[in-house]
Each structure stands twice: as structure tokens, then as C-alpha cells.
Design a protein around this ligand. Structure first.
Ligand code: PGA
Length: 247
């Protein structure tokens, strides 16, 4: 089963318009064929600018979150139609910083993924265990619960990002063996949920302190189909190096 790699650059709450413009200009100048599908996830005020800046290139753009309703009195939130209108193709659902900082439940994340598809967006559903959960041996239980809720019975289209919380922004990357073990488990659970064929074609990304220096080794694992990159995506050269390591 060949799966085209996918690499996401999650800018989180970083960068200003001038940075984003320079970044897009750098990507527009990248003429080499990409070995992966690529999407950038800027914060909401930068989305339209980045989508415009990347129009006509192979680089796509996505939101970091969406509200499950399509409109209404939800101060500070962003809707699926607004993301699509800004030029987004993807949206992150259930990033651990949303789960932790905003108390997002598994059920809410499932509704967000459903709303994303309704508005023509592809959800990138993020799952991952805390250090305590890993230490107490409940990692697979947590991943299975988050996965099933995030899919909400509708697997297409979507991609999955496995992001162990203890590896996010900590500089501590999961070893390729630990990551592969989790990815293989996720694919097995997916096979139970959506069937072996669909599970075999589903892209499962690894996220958590991915850098140019560790990307190739992680990517060499059979069930790692690309990356969701935070800190290292803020520098276009580093991000491009990570993308190239998926070749
Ligand atoms: P990091 O973040 O690469 O900075 O660890 C990854 C993520 O949160 O998506």
C-alpha cells in the first residue's frame, strides 16, 4: 500500500504578517517537486494572507481549529465556512493544546471533524497520550478512545496525527521504535473501525519535536506517513528539509 506522505506546519500562535509574507515568498521560490503533500496551519489572522500567498503552488493551507457550528454567537471562534472562504483545504481537530488549554472533549472533537467535512475541509485529527498515561500503561486505551471519537463514524476524508504530549515542544522526540509501535497500533485500531483496506490507505503523521535531524529516521518506519511539525516549521528552510526527508 503506497501512501503519499503528508507534512503539516503548525505555526501555533507565532509569526506576524511580514514573517508570513516572507515565508510564502520562500515557498513560492521552491521549484523542486515535493515528495509529500504539504499544508501550513497559520493562526486565523494570517490565514487569508497565507492562502493567497500560496495560491497556485502545491502548498496548501489549513486552520488550527474550527467551531462545530457554521455560524452564530461564538465570540473568538472560527467556523468551517470561514476557513473554506479564506482558502483553507485542511483543519486541525483536537490538537493537544486545544484539548488542554480549552478543555476540548473527545466528543466535541468528533463534531468538529464532522463539521469540517460538511464544509469541504479535510480534518487532520490529532491524538496522543500524556506522560502519566504512558507511564501508567494506558496509552493504547487513550489513543483508541480519541481515535474512535474523532472519526465519529465517518473516516473520509481525514488524516491522523499521533502526537505524544510528552514530546510536543519539549525537544524530546519519541524514538522511531516508540513512534512506530504507536502508529502500528493506530492502524490496527483503524482497521477494526473502518476496515483493513481503508486503514491501509490512511495517512498517520507523527508530531512532537520533529526536526530536520530526526525526520528521516522517523520517516523510515513503515507506518509513519509524514509529520505535523510545530517549532521547526517556523523556519522555512528547516520545514523544507523535513519535507524533503519524506522523499
Ligand atoms: P513541536 O509541535 O514540533 O513544536 O513539538 C508539534 C505540534 O504540536 O504539532
Amino acid at each position: 500500500m503506497t501512501r503519499r506522505p503528508l507534512v503539516g506546519g503548525n505555526w501555533k500562535m507565532h509569526l506576524l504578517r511580514a514573517d508570513a509574507e516572507a515565508y510564502c515568498e520562500r515557498l513560492r521560490g521552491e521549484s523542486a517537486a515535493l515528495p509529500a503533500d504539504v499544508a501550513l496551519f497559520p493562526s486565523a489572522p494570517l490565514l487569508a494572507l497565507v492562502a493567497r500567498g500560496l495560491a497556485g503552488t502545491p502548498f496548501a493551507c489549513g486552520g488550527q481549529d474550527l467551531h462545530p457550528e457554521e455560524k452564530g454567537a461564538h465570540t473568538g471562534d472560527v467556523s468551517g465556512p470561514q476557513l473554506a472562504d479564506a482558502g483553507c483545504e485542511w483543519v486541525l481537530c483536537g490538537h493537544s493544546e486545544r484539548r488542554q488549554d480549552h478543555g476540548e472533549s473527545d466528543e466535541l472533537i468528533g463534531r468538529k471533524a464532522v463539521a469540517a467535512r460538511r464544509h469541504g475541509l479535510k480534518p487532520l485529527i490529532c491524538i496522543g497520550e500524556t506522560l502519566d498515561e504512558r507511564r501508567s500503561g494506558t496509552t493504547y486505551e487513550v489513543l483508541d478512545r480519541q481515535l474512535e471519537a474523532g472519526l465519529a463514524g465517518r473516516p473520509e476524508p481525514c488524516a491522523i496525527a499521533y502526537e505524544p504530549i510528552w514530546a510536543i515542544g519539549t525537544g524530546e522526540t519519541a524514538t522511531p521504535e516508540i513512534a512506530q509501535e504507536a502508529h502500528q497500533h493506530i492502524r490496527e485500531t483503524l482497521a477494526d473501525l473502518i476496515g483493513a483496506e481503508a486503514a491501509g490507505s490512511k495517512r498517520i503523521l507523527y508530531g512532537g519535536s520533529v526536526k530536520p535531524a530526526n525526520a528521516a529516521e522517523l520517516f523510515s518506519q513503515p507506518d509513519i506517513d509524514g509529520f505535523l511539525v510545530g517549532g521547526a516549521s517556523l523556519d522555512p528552510e528547516g520545514f523544507l528539509a523535513i519535507i524533503r526527508s519524506c522523499g
